[in-house]
Design a protein around this ligand. Structure first.
Ligand code: HEM
Length: 125
């Protein structure tokens, strides 16, 4: 069974993403980094997490590179920590399957570490 199915599929991912960005867009540290078009960000994140967890593939959706998306953003360690904290809160609220939740959070932790590394390398240029 894929992580996507273990999590609870489209319904659970949609709730997770709503809960996460609701917090992000009310967070004084993270909000300034994000564009006003929250709907577009949520759609892109839904497509990304569907792909990452092995959900149904959209043939029109090219594989996304986290490094490409984020490399020009002024992301520092405190942003990465807050991002992960809000994901953890959102996942506790919306993902009842603990095993699936922990697996997802582990993947996101690795992703956020990579994002931070790419951004810090760019800021030193
Ligand atoms: C390290 C902490 C992170 C921060 C502070 C952060 C911040 C951001 C910001 C500010 C944007 C909006 C970019 C824009 O359109 O102007 C964005 C987009 C996005 N982020 Fe992150 N991000 C982080 C980690 C991650 C991780 C781990 C993932 C993977 C799950 C991820 C997936 C995405 C996706 C899919 C988009 C939308 C890209 C698009 O517009 O197509 N981010 N992120």
């Amino acid at each position: 069974m894929s992580l996507y199915e273990m999590l609870g599929g489209e319904q659970v991912l949609t709730s997770l993403i709503h809960s996460f960005y609701h917090q992000v867009y009310h967070d004084s540290l993270l909000r300034p980094l994000f564009p006003d078009d929250r709907h577009r960000v949520e759609q892109a994140q839904f497509a990304f997490l569907t792909q990452m967890t092995g959900g149904p593939r959209d043939p029109n959706q090219p594989p996304t590179s986290l490094a490409m998306i984020h490399r020009l953003l002024p992301i520092r360690k405190e942003h990465a920590i807050r991002w992960l904290e809000l994901m953890e809160i959102a996942s506790l609220d919306t993902i009842p399957n603990e095993e699936a939740r922990l697996q997802l959070l582990e993947r996101l932790r690795i992703g956020a570490t990579n994002v931070l590394r790419v951004c810090e390398a760019h800021q030193m240029d």
